[in-house]
Design a protein around this ligand. Sequence first.
Ligand code: X3X
Length: 332
Amino acid sequence: MNIRKTFSVLFAGAILSMGTQSMAADDFKLKLRLSHVFSPAEQLTKSMDMVAESILEKTGGAINIQTFPQAQLPAYKEGVEQVVRGANFISVEDPSFIGDYVPDFKALYAPMLYRSFDEYVALTKTQLVKDMQAKAEEQGIKILALDYIYGFRNLITQKVITTPADLKGMKIRTPGSKSYIDTLSAMGAVATPLPWGETLSAVQQGVVDGLEGSEFTNIGTKVYEGPTKNVANTRHILGTCGVYISTKVWDSIPPKYQAIVQEEFTKGANHMVELLKSQHGGVVKELESYGVKFNEVDGDAFRSALAPLYGEQEGMTPGIFQAIFKELDAMR
Ligand code: X3X
């Protein structure tokens, strides 16, 4: 075949494949189920609904994300397992649940690391965290966001707590990941893991003596209506959620739609961070109007009680905590 003919055949093939790809993109349809544990009144729920709606519109209906709040679908550890299994599923959970696959995320979600939302957001943009995300992809988990921040988690109890000794023998509800159990145990409590859906009844019935959560959780789920009216400002964990999808599913999405999905989840997190930063003062005042009382705590006592948790756990990258501290020190 002469050169001219070879070229024209190759050129035609290229056009056809581009056309096929774009035709494939135009014919592409994907329905995804998005699962989280938050309640309808909480901002994370509203943000997920807004992002899903925007993606549906901007992809011309190609990517249809149906959102399921309040653990209607598998959530927590089981939600992340759906992602790892390659289901058409998006899990929205805190990074400690990714720690089961990439232990370095347990370091990222360690207690008393961050002084502000902004510090954590800046850390998620560093090469250190990008490298962690690459490790998650090796495990089949594509991370679309890490900063759906819902506030610093504080102790919420009937008894006023100011030191770790005050927590002795107190059963404090936590989510089921080891990060929370280790944190509340180190703080002096009897960590009692329960799904959120069982938490308020457990408090009402005295099964637990209290819980820990952010002011946004407190007001959004009406914790304040129960007996736990005291909030001790431990700020022991920065509550934040990531957005996780199977790498297999992600790779099946045409690049032009991937770009829209990524951009909308990024925009959604940025919006939620700025909104909650602006709302926190008003939420505290509203909770106080419902009889909630806030108190400061012996921060040094809690920090020294939690210090052992900065020891590297099995599977963590050697020096991971020093690397995180270095990044945070550079910001301060
Ligand atoms: O995995 C996502 C969160 O870390 C779950 O925290 P949890 O179970 O204390 O729920 C927070 C509430 O705001 C849910 O309504």
